[in-house]
Write a protein that binds this ligand. Structure first.
Ligand SMILES: Nc1ncnc2c1ncn2[C@@H]1O[C@H](COP(=O)(O)OP(=O)(O)OP(=O)(O)O)[C@@H](O)[C@H]1O
Length: 669
């Protein structure tokens, strides 16, 4: 693998001559056919999902890549991780690795390999080893609770993840911090064709021993649970796999130090979600002639109450009635009660997930007081475009637009602007900038996301009308158009047009749990409930307004991206070779689509004509002054003169570098 002779095509697309989209793709294809899934564009790594296990990852190889510079060995994800790790240690600068790509393109696997690399190349004393074990096991736990099988990917992450790993001065991991974004909680109660619910449900039902199942009042039969069925059909992975994965999840909980009580409490909530999903409401007439409903399988509710330590009448009332005005209680009809039940299932699950992340953060938090350096890995779920797209897709695609904008700025826009600012000769390279789409979405007054929070926008139809009024003329928005399905608008995203149906947008954005349910949950005798439903505390001041989902997402995402600006970033662009999850098929059209919307050819062009390395004159001098007796130990003139003197004394051809106004640039070839 490390033999250069065996390398196929060009390692680095920057070296392709001549450059065209066809040649770029054919180079990727040639390499992919021989299992060379990694190729560079300068310092950006392209990774194509091989859909099979390759012998590309080992402790020896990690050690080799850790010691050598990125271009001394064939392209590899270890090289990117190694660069980030070296910069972190040698330059004492915080780093981040940003992994992007469509669902199933290999992002989560890439993040896992990076973590594995850092585990392999860092120290091994008992404390460091424990930290590393915990970081790895945190991943296992997140996959169990946050991943699910979808049509595109058997282990799709259904949340966005950013992991900051903290290192001490020796380069050993001392802790970490996880941020999660947008858990796809709608999946808890509604599954698309071919999809499964979150892995943990199946793992628990197939893997738990009989005593645990009995204690949780569950049956070992996935088909018994409504939320695991899609149109009556229950898609199953192999039972053996789920059983095995349950053992890993259990062991991860142990390694992370969850107490026995905590573990039981977690599983109780999972059991409650499964059983709540089975509750059936049947219509009945009240004495006053209004329509109400009752629960036909009340025994399930009794068992749920036992698991939660809840009073039956409280929970039953919370599920079947609603306060409409102070003191007036109205009965819900069967349909409304079913919706309330689903809301409770989703909220319970997503709050449990957030609680888990917070608990993991407590556990992996660094206890060291000294200075620390940070290496972050961002693995966000990819752009989504389905037959039917709803609020969740809009949120996910908004995040993808923002990430694309971040990467464009760093690799195409800022790069070119810096060269021009430095007074170097440059012919502008055109690229598609998605800034207009970001503005269409988040414009303060009439952005598609801002309109969701307008005070008078109280229903989905009004929301659509506002989009039609404010955004219909935008070049990336199609609204009030006869070709669109009812209640729909379209956004032309950087990765393609997506038609969204606004049904349910307003409720999903508000994401409010009926007060009765919060109160009923808060009153439970289950230790976690008060932490999960603090707003149910009758003593709590209710004046504080919570942010809507879209508003909250904008705040946290912008703050994350802002914090990444100050870091040295490394990019991994994951590509999917086919939709069939086949290891041999390289669908040129599919790759071409990804290459185009990611702007990869423009990126190669910028790298080809641009500069691979640069340092400000003072930085260059500081780093290399010891190589020349005229600059060592101190240069007293101007930094630019010092750099000239230093370079003249070294055997470097003058054609290999050029002087900007404030920096020295190394020329690519
Ligand atoms: N480097 C790799 N080597 C072997 N198999 C891989 C590799 N990368 C991905 N795969 C396979 O492809 C599957 C999908 O990859 P992964 O889950 O990482 O995709 P993803 O981009 O994170 O998708 P999503 O956004 O849906 O979570 C993996 O479960 C694994 O089987």
């Amino acid at each position: 693998m490390l033999s250069l002779e065996q390398e196929i095509g060009a390692w680095d697309s920057v070296l392709l001559e001549p450059l065209s989209e066809d040649i770029f793709i054919s180079n990727l294809q040639q390499r992919f056919k021989r299992d060379h899934i990694y190729t560079y564009i300068g310092n950006i790594l392209i990774s194509i999902n091989p859909y099979k296990k390759l012998v590309l990852y080992s402790a020896d190889l990690a050690a080799t890549y850790a010691k050598r510079g990125p271009f001394q060995l064939p392209p590899h994800i270890y090289a990117i991780a190694g660069s980030a790790y070296r910069w972190l240690n040698d330059r004492n600068e915080d780093q981040c690795i940003i992994i992007t790509g469509e669902s199933g393109s290999g992002k989560t696997e890439a993040a896992r390999i990076i973590l594995q690399f850092l585990v392999l190349v860092s120290g091994n004393n008992s404390e460091v080893k424990l930290t590393k074990d915990r970081l790895v096991q945190a991943n296992t736990l997140l996959e169990a609770f946050g991943n699910a099988k979808t049509l595109r990917n058997d282990n799709a992450s259904r949340f966005g993840k950013y992991l900051d790993i903290e290192f001490d001065y020796k380069g050993d991991p001392i802790g970490g911090h996880l941020m999660n974004y947008l858990l796809d909680k709608s999946r808890v109660t509604s599954l698309s064709q071919g999809d499964r619910n979150f892995h943990i449900f199946y793992q628990l039902l197939t893997g738990a021993d009989i005593h645990l199942l009995k204690g949780l009042k569950l049956q070992r039969n996935v088909e018994h649970y409504a939320i695991l069925q899609m149109d009556g059909h229950c898609p199953t992975q192999t039972e053996e796999e789920d059983r095995q994965l349950f053992l890993y999840t259990r062991s991860a909980l142990d390694v992370l130090g969850f107490s026995v009580e905590e573990v039981v409490n977690i599983f109780r909530i999972i059991a409650v979600v499964l059983k709540l999903g089975n509750l059936q409401f049947v219509p009945c007439n009240n004495i006053d002639g209004t329509e109400g409903c009752s629960i036909s399988n009340d025994y399930e509710l009794y068992e749920i109450c036992e698991l939660l330590g809840a009073e039956h009448r409280w929970l039953q009332r919370a599920l079947t009635s609603r306060h409409i005005d102070d003191g007036i209680l109205a009965d819900l009809n069967a349909q409304e009660a079913s919706r309330t039940r689903d809301t409770l299932c989703k909220t319970l699950y997503s709050r449990l997930f957030t609680w888990l992340i917070n608990r993991i953060n407590d556990i992996i938090k660094s206890k060291h007081l000294g200075k620390r350096k940070v290496l972050g890995v961002l693995d966000f779920y990819g752009f989504e475009m389905f037959e039917k797209n709803s609020f969740e897709q809009l949120m996910i695609n908004y995040c993808n637009e923002k990430l694309q904008q971040f990467i464009i700025s760093a690799t195409l826009k800022d790069e070119q602007e810096e060269i021009i600012k430095e007074g170097l000769e440059w012919t502008r390279i055109e690229y598609f900038n998605n800034i207009n789409i970001c503005q269409l979405l988040e414009h303060e007054n009439h952005g598609i996301l801002s309109l969701l929070d307008e005070p008078h926008v109280l229903c989905d139809q009004t929301y659509l009308t506002r989009i039609e009024q404010c955004c219909a003329g935008h070049s990336h928005c199609l609204a009030a158009d006869p070709t669109l399905p009812t209640l729909s608008f379209q956004i032309r995203h950087f990765a393609g047009p997506v038609t969204y149906t606004v049904r349910g947008f307003i409720d999903k954005n508000r994401d409010q749990l009926p007060r009765e349910l919060s109160r009923a949950m808060f009153r439970c005798d289950h230790t976690l409930m008060q932490a999960l439903f603090p707003e149910g505390n009758p003593k709590r001041c209710t004046l504080k307004r919570t942010l809507s989902v879209s508003n909250h997402l904008q705040v946290v995402l912008n703050s994350l991206l802002k914090s990444l600006v100050g870091r040295q970033s490394h990019y991994i662009r994951c590509l999917k070779p086919n939709e069939l999850k086949q290891s041999r098929i390289f669908e040129v059209a599919l790759i071409q689509h990804q290459v185009r919307y990611l702007g990869l050819i423009s990126t190669v062009q910028v790298w080809r004509t641009g500069f691979c390395y640069r340092l400000s004159f003072p930085q260059f001098l500081c780093r290399y002054k010891l190589l020349c007796c005229n600059t060592w130990p101190r240069w007293r003139g101007s930094p630019i003169e010092g750099v000239s003197v230093l370079l003249r004394s070294l055997p470097i051809p003058t054609a290999e570098f050029t002087f900007g106004r404030t920096k020295l640039f190394e020329i690519v070839r």
